[in-house]
Design a protein around this ligand. Sequence first.
Ligand SMILES: Cc1ncc(COP(=O)(O)O)c(C=O)c1O
Length: 467
Amino acid sequence: MDKRLFRQVYDLLLEKLKNKEWEEHEKLPSVRILAEELGVNRLTVLRAYQLLKETGRIYVKEKSGYYVLPEKQREGHVRTKEEAPLHESESESRFGARRSAQLHSFAQALVDPALLPNRYFSEYAKKVFDLYPKVLGTYSSVQGDEELRSVLCRLFARTHQLHLNMEDLMITTGAQQAIDLTARAFVQSGEVVLIERPTYHAAITIFEGCGARLVPVDIHPDGYDMDHLEALLRQYQPKLFYMNPTFHNPTGYTVPIRQRKLLAELAERYQCLIVEDDSFRDIYFGEPPPPPVASYDTEGWVIYIRSFSKYAAPGLRVAAVCAQPPRMNLLLQYKYQMDNGAPLLNQKVFLLYLASERLTGHLEKLRIALGIRKTVMEEELRTAGWTWESPQGGLSLWVRLPAEGGSAEEVLRRCAEHGVAFSPGNAHDPIRELRNYIRLSYSFVNEAGIREGMRRLISCSGVPERA
Ligand SMILES: Cc1ncc(COP(=O)(O)O)c(C=O)c1O
């Protein structure tokens, strides 16, 4: 996308809005028509509209289009810390004292709440009491609400080629609880657990917490070194292998389909459970990802974990874990001990959202918005000549720091003084040695904030920008 063109379109629209060329609540020209009129790409117009929306100039009506936000409401528009109109951030000096205290957080692999379907969830939260008046007067079953489990089984069969009985699926309080349950249920202190390197930082803590001996398995843009993996399986006879093979956190890499089939075979051959954490499956920018490893499992050696936090409602804490009978029984036992079942209210609210037709439309828009943010981040980092493998999905870039600037921790300390945060590579490394990598999430901060934050970061890295 041409950056200058985007600026011109954005400035033009902003000027028109300031000059009141459109009335309050008037509908703006559709993305298609405006793109044709201006002779630019639709994405350029969409991005300009999105930025105007995020900065409180316009609003969007589902399935209708963009409208002018009245001045009065604009005054009430609460800017998030990361929000700042493009012109503001671009016209200021790199470390302008006025803004240096603001936090540009690229540390969380979380989606900006402005991009989530909050309005629908609040609608369903009200509706749920009409439909289920006793929802707060009873417990959920330990395994989770039947209606929700049935909808999820159908969804997984349709979209993931994963065919399950309802008894094979349990609702958990977030995917993090599901990982914790697998650790409690299947790993004894001193047993070996294979874990990707780098990996989701909380998984390291969870498996270390149950006394496991962690053996790292490097993940590359094209998956794992399967010969090496087999050698590890033979040598250590590990209890399980925790993996996040689809738009992996933190790298965004995806394990190819041929390795997925082989992984299911190896798990069975070496009697090593695979715990497949599939938290980012729906966030892709090109082709949808290959089916989960679990879809190739015939003997119950793959435990499948599915979070919905990354694109729907992290606050609901609804996730699913799938396993076949003897293992599911053990997971249920630990779930019972832990909290006796996930909150029913949250499950029913999520059920109403899943059962509506809104999810597909929301995901389509979310992918566009996150794709734009990723492009913006990559544009900025490219100017500094930094290196990373551009991911086809997920929420983050795994970036190698230039050698001259010192370790990720040192850069992070300097960045903190300038209001920029990221996740240092070490935090994702089971053996704590990845000091020259950082994870930058492009999902939480808007485009203007990303540009400003990347400029600050590059300056703090101690490496001069290329001309
Ligand atoms: C790989 C991975 N698994 C699980 C989680 C946690 O998901 P939940 O919010 O459902 O607990 C995260 C959150 O960042 C994650 O990155």
